[in-house]
Design a protein around this ligand. Structure first.
Ligand code: PEP
Length: 262
C-alpha cells in the first residue's frame, strides 16, 4: 500500500502573523479529525517559506504534520550568500524538501543535473525529496509531455540506488496547470502517472515502482481533488494556492476514497 500524501506548498507567501493564523486555523480543524478517521492515515506535509519553518514546526503536532522546505542549496555549506543548506534544514527538524518545482526550473534555471546533486545532498542529510516534473503547455501541444517527463525523471533521479530511490516522492505537475486554475483532467493525470510508474519499473523493477507515491500538482482544490485522487496511480496532491486556506486544505485531505486508506 503506497503512502497517500497531501503536501501544501505555500511558495513565497505569508507574513509571520499570516503563517501563524493559517496554522492555528488548520490545527482547530485537525483537532476535529478523530484518530479513527480513515483520513488520519493521510501523510500531511506543509512547506512554508524557509523563514517560517522553525515557527510552523513548533506550532503543529509533528506526529500528524510533517514539514518540508521548498528548496535547498546544491552545495554542503560555506560562502554561498543567501543559500540554505540541507544540513541546516535538518537541524530545524525539516522532514521533506521539494526539489525541481517548475518555478525553480523556470526562474532560477535549475537543470536536471543540478537537481540530481540536490537530491544527493538532501538524501545524505536525511531529508525526503519530493521531486517535481511536468511539461509546459507548448510541450504538451507538441505532444512531447512523455518525452520531457521521462528526461526529467531519468536525468534527475536515475543515478540513485534502488534503496535511495525508494525513499523519494514524485510530484507530476504540468506547468500549464500550476497557478492557472486549469487542472489536468483525471484521464490526463492518470495517463502521466501510469507512464511515470512504467518508466520507474523499467529502471528499478515493479516492486520499487509500486511503492513510490506520485502526487498530482496543478490547481488542485477541494472541488477537483476527489476525482484526481480516485485515479489508480495518483497518490495525493502537491497543492499550491489552495494550501494557504486552512479549510480548503483540510477538505482536500479528506478527498481520498476512504477504502484506499488502510
Ligand atoms: C504548486 O505550487 O506546486 C502548485 C501545484 O500550485 P497551484 O496548486 O497553486 O497550482
Amino acid at each position: 500500500m503506497r503512502k497517500k500524501i497531501v503536501a501544501g506548498n505555500w511558495k513565497m507567501n505569508a507574513s509571520k502573523a499570516e503563517a501563524v493564523a493559517i496554522i492555528k486555523n488548520f490545527t482547530v480543524l485537525m483537532k476535529k479529525m478523530s484518530h479513527a478517521s480513515p483520513f488520519s492515515k493521510v501523510t500531511i506535509i506543509i512547506a512554508p517559506p524557509f523563514i517560517h519553518i522553525d515557527n510552523v514546526a513548533q506550532l503543529v503536532n509533528r506526529k500528524r504534520i510533517k514539514i518540508a522546505a521548498q528548496n535547498c542549496a546544491v552545495v554542503e555549506n560555506g560562502a554561498y550568500t543567501g543559500e540554505i543548506s540541507a544540513s541546516m534544514l535538518k537541524s530545524i527538524n525539516t522532514d521533506y524538501v521539494i526539489l525541481g518545482h517548475s518555478e525553480r526550473r523556470t526562474y532560477f534555471d535549475e537543470t536536471n543535473r543540478v537537481l540530481a546533486k540536490k537530491l544527493d545532498i538532501a538524501l545524505m542529510h536525511g531529508l525526503i525529496p519530493i521531486y517535481c516534473c511536468g511539461e509546459t503547455l507548448d510541450e504538451r501541444k507538441a505532444e512531447k509531455q512523455k518525452e520531457i517527463v521521462q528526461k526529467q525523471i531519468t536525468e534527475g533521479l536515475f543515478h540513485l540506488s534502488p534503496k535511495e530511490f525508494s525513499k523519494i516522492v514524485i510530484a507530476y505537475e504540468p506547468v500549464w496547470a500550476i497557478g492557472t486554475g486549469v487542472t489536468a483532467t483525471s484521464d490526463q493525470a492518470q495517463e502521466m502517472h501510469a507512464f511515470i510508474r512504467s518508466v520507474i519499473t523499467t529502471k528499478y523493477g515493479k516492486a520499487v515502482s509500486d511503492s513510490i507515491s506520485i502526487l498530482y500538482g496543478g490547481s488542485c482544490n477541494s472541488k477537483n481533488a476527489k476525482e484526481l485522487f480516485a485515479c489508480e496511480d495518483v497518490d495525493g496532491g502537491l497543492v499550491g494556492g489552495a494550501s494557504l486556506k486552512a479549510d480548503e486544505f483540510f477538505e482536500i485531505i479528506q478527498s481520498f476514497e476512504p477504502s484506499s486508506l488502510r
